[in-house]
Design a protein around this ligand. Structure first.
Ligand code: NAD
Length: 512
């Protein structure tokens, strides 16, 4: 019976009663609402102040939809709903919580094409890439649904006779989740599934550039039977909707994926009230090409790491460090291949637009400044396909490692080539960064590969592939300004979203 009921719910899921403005796909009839609402207490709600903000289509620059502009009062409402729902949610055994999360995963699977359509429409990436990203989010959800069976504590020995020592995991309470727009459905899954499996309720602040992706996830979660209030989703700007969530005294853990600048504020504000904080921040990731590298493979992975998803990955490669002996050959092959990249939103295109106009303007300004400082633009460097937010894939050389553009994340399709004489210089340059998220080396030498993995200052080290591509069951996170030492997802995310309690049980054998 349950299955039939679920099927009816899912088939009704997208026939929503909202004002239908844009039909993303005629075949699938997926609709992005004209006004994308909050999900609070299991219902769709507009903002109390009744204001909205515009969400533009990155591929055209035209209005795609509007999001409700939540502010402090809306956040208070969402946190209260989460707080009231949390204790009942925590009473459900983790195995059963996992079964409910599994229902959400089934809903995502049933609606993978529709989710992908929305992700593609909001980000400007191709449907193929959006579908793959949704598959990654589903895999992550599956992993955490099963973690309900493995919320392990520890049993150990005691120094005292007739005493037993163990730990159990307990939820923290309300989780405040704040995410970026670059891989929107993966980012939602990355935070929501581990937070909920641990018995927390959550308030998710969607990225303002991808409101409908979070909204459709909320719709699927409600249809799957998630109790009202366990997951609340709020739309809005960072300073208006994100900041009050971080400051709210009833939010026990703040998990944030976004820029280092905002992460610093969150660390300070949430830290001040002793909330737990998990920060997944930016990167300026090195990809090293040694003189013994397979150059075809190195070119392939440099292109993917620097330009796929329009370079909007925390794990993208933006510093390409090349041994002197192969510098010219590698550079010329890379430039040639970069010129062949196809820009657009179709499945056979290589990269789409960046997420908004202001991101694009930041990049253009950074490239102009680098050029004024003596940088050579090997390819790209300009806006294309206006009025969409397209940045041409860009390669620079003759940039000092200490220059602003070498040290700061741009979060777009821009990479800089550096020449080094040997392994020691390559490693030193790789580590000469305020960030430490991911790194890759291309070499046929086992000695170089292992040494690099040992010594590079990064949370992820890769041999002979790209700087991105972390798997859902593996911990991800960075050193230095790339994070605060936590790791999500993997089983390690359980440490972010749960509290350990020691339990000692004393017995008296004389009272048997
Ligand atoms: P951003 O920091 O500007 O925004 C991220 C989120 O924070 C958005 O939802 C935004 O509304 C919110 N926000 C902004 N100001 C806030 C405030 N004062 N208080 C609370 N919330 C606030 O980042 P972005 O430009 O949207 O995203 C790109 C950044 O995200 C890059 O630095 C990228 O490397 C990083 N990122 C990191 C990871 C990772 O896992 N390490 C993954 C994806 C993206």
């Amino acid at each position: 019976m349950k299955v039939i009921w679920q099927n009816i719910i899912y088939s009704r899921l997208l026939q929503c009663d909202v004002d239908k403005q844009k039909i993303v796909s005629l075949e699938l009839r997926v609709v992005i609402p004209k006004v994308v609402t909050n999900w609070i207490d299991g219902t769709e709600q507009t903002a109390i102040a009744d204001e909205v903000f515009p969400k533009l289509d990155p591929a055209t620059g035209e209005l795609l939809c509007q999001g409700v502009r939540s502010q402090t009062a809306d956040i208070a409402r969402a946190v209260l709903s989460a707080k009231l729902a949390q204790q009942d949610w925590a009473e459900i055994p983790p195995v059963q919580r996992g079964m409910l999360l599994h229902e959400i995963v089934l809903g995502m699977k049933a609606h993978q094409p529709e989710i992908a359509e929305i992700v593609a429409a909001e980000t400007g990436k191709s449907y193929r890439d959006a579908y793959g990203e949704t598959g990654g989010a589903i895999a992550l959800g599956l992993f955490y649904a099963s973690e309900g069976q493995r919320l392990y504590g520890r049993t150990t020995t005691s120094g005292t006779p007739n005493k037993y020592a163990m730990t159990v995991r307990q939820p923290l309470g309300v989780a405040g989740l704040i995410i970026a727009a670059n891989t929107p459905i993966a980012n939602v899954a990355w935070k929501v599934f581990p937070a909920l499996i641990c018995g927390n309720s959550a308030v998710l602040k969607a990225a303002e550039d991808t409101p409908a992706t979070a909204w459709i996830f909320g719709k699927i979660a409600q249809a799957a039977g998630l109790p009202p209030g366990v997951l609340n989703i709020v739309q809005g700007y960072g300073e208006e909707a994100g900041a009050p969530l971080v400051a709210h005294p009833d939010v026990a853990v703040v998990s944030f994926t976004g820029s280092t600048a905002v992460g610093r504020i969150i660390q300070r504000v949430a830290g001040d009230r002793f909330a737990r904080v998990s920060l997944e921040l930016g990167g300026k990731n090195p990809l090293v090409v040694c003189d013994d590298a397979d150059l075809d493979n190195a070119v392939k992975w440099t292109l993917l790491s620097a330009f796929s998803n329009a370079g909007q990955r925390c794990a993208s490669a933006s510093r390409i460090i090349i041994f002197d002996a192969v510098y010219e050959e590698f550079r010329d092959r890379l430039v040639e291949k970069t010129k062949q990249l196809k820009i657009g939103t179709q499945d056979d295109d290589d990269l789409g637009p960046v997420i908004n106009e202001s991101q694009l303007q930041n990049m253009l300004a950074a490239v102009a400044e680098a050029k004024a400082g003596g940088a050579t633009i090997l390819v790209g460097g300009e806006r294309v396909n206006s009025p969409g937010f397209y940045m041409a894939p860009t390669l620079l050389e003759n940039v000092p490692p200490e220059a602003e553009i070498s040290q700061c994340e741009l979060f777009g399709p821009i990479a800089i080539l550096y020449r080094v004489k040997d392994f020691a210089e390559a490693l030193a340059l790789a580590n000469d960064s305020p960030y430490g998220l991911t790194a890759s080396i291309h070499t046929r030498s086992l000695h170089r590969a292992v040494r690099f993995c040992e010594k590079v200052q990064a949370g992820v080290a890769v041999v002979n592939a790209g700087t991105y591509g972390s798997e859902p069951h593996m911990p991800f996170g960075g050193l230095k300004r790339s994070g605060n030492g936590t790791r999500e997802p993997g089983t390690e995310a359980i440490d972010v979203y749960s509290e350990l309690k020691d339990i000692y049980i004393n017995i008296d054998p004389n009272r048997l």
